[in-house]
Write a protein that binds this ligand. Structure first.
Ligand SMILES: Nc1ncnc2c1ncn2[C@@H]1O[C@H](COP(=O)(O)OP(=O)(O)OP(=O)(O)O)[C@@H](O)[C@H]1O
Ligand SMILES: [Mg+2]
Length: 283
């Protein structure tokens, strides 16, 4: 009996958050680095379903750096990184699209549907949702930066009670172009701002953003981020993440979170408990 009363207590503790977040859009960046085991993926799917059933409107943007690397190895296609970006020639772009749009996107979508949601997988190319241009073609090839987003596509899906699952591929606006490889963090930040999302949550493989002393920051602001970046403490894959957080919160999103996707039910802990987990970036 005592255990049952405790269970009810847990539900009641979540009630204020359920009321606060009902009908709000949450953008979730599901990092390739957090998609590690079938068990974790399963828990991720169930967390999303729970959010969805209590009235939150989740929008998922996924990465897949590791899986792309593995497929390139399998196909024996060489590739390398410059400034933390994978140099993407036409052949690499084909693999990027195949893995992101073809395999990871469908895996996440199928898992959510198995658990009772209506999830729909799209890429930025669908319905001309994300337009992009080269960051610097000479240096990085088909790595793209976003020039425009048509968020009405996502809004329509949400209005029909779908959970959109978005692969970060951009369209060049012409048929014979391979399209663009867009960093998933950047895409998520743009999407959250354009939708006026309440929150953006990055699920990755660290407990948050590390400071110079090695401790993880509970909160960070723009100035602190700038200092940590200049000192090289924020580096590699964390750079586009904090930039995307800043883009989102400057664009009207109330809070951006960087959380450890390797922790079971990290999403629910962040959303439905007062302590939260990871690093929060506020405007
Ligand atoms: N100050 C920092 N605090 C925490 N992690 C940092 C910091 N600076 C750099 N990093 C690196 O950033 C990595 C997270 O970014 P990464 O791009 O690897 O993962 P992801 O974005 O979740 O996955 P994907 O790119 O596949 O979607 C961490 O594993 C860590 O090595
Ligand atoms: Mg990354």
């Amino acid at each position: 009996m005592k255990a049952k009363i405790e269970q009810v207590g847990v539900l009641l503790d979540a009630l204020p958050y359920i009321l606060k977040y009902k009908d709000e859009i949450f953008v979730i960046k599901y990092g390739g680095s957090a998609q590690t085991s079938p068990v974790l993926k399963e828990k991720f799917a169930r967390d999303i379903i729970l959010m969805y059933l209590v009235g939150i409107k989740p929008v998922i943007v996924h990465g897949g750096g590791n899986a792309i690397g593995e497929m390139l190895d399998r196909l024996q296609i060489g590739s390398h990184f410059v400034d933390g970006l994978r140099v993407t020639d036409a052949q690499v772009m084909e693999v990027v699209e195949m893995v992101l749009s073809g395999s990871i996107n469908k895996e996440i979508t199928a898992l959510l549907n198995l658990h009772g949601a209506k999830a729909i997988g799209v890429s930025g190319k669908d319905a001309g949702m994300i337009h992009a241009e080269p960051v610097d073609f000479e240096k990085y090839g088909f790595v793209g930066k976003i020039t425009a987003i048509d968020e009405s596509v996502i809004r329509n899906l949400i209005a029909e009670r779908f959970i959109p699952v978005i692969a970060p591929i951009g369209s060049a606006g012409s048929g014979d172009h391979p399209g663009f490889n867009i960093n998933a963090d950047t895409a998520a930040g743009y999407i959250a701002a354009s939708l006026g999302a309440r929150k953006i949550i990055f699920m990755t493989d660290t407990p948050g953003v590390k400071r110079a002393d090695g401790a993880f920051a509970h909160t960070l602001n723009e100035q602190e981020i700038e200092t940590l970046r200049k000192a090289g403490v924020i580096a590699g894959g964390m750079i586009p993440k904090v930039e995307a957080c800043l883009h989102a919160v400057k664009g009207g999103v109330k809070k951006a979170h960087i959380i450890d996707g390797r922790i079971e039910h990290a999403l629910l802990l962040e959303i439905f408990t007062s302590e939260g987990v990871g690093t929060v970036i506020k405007p």
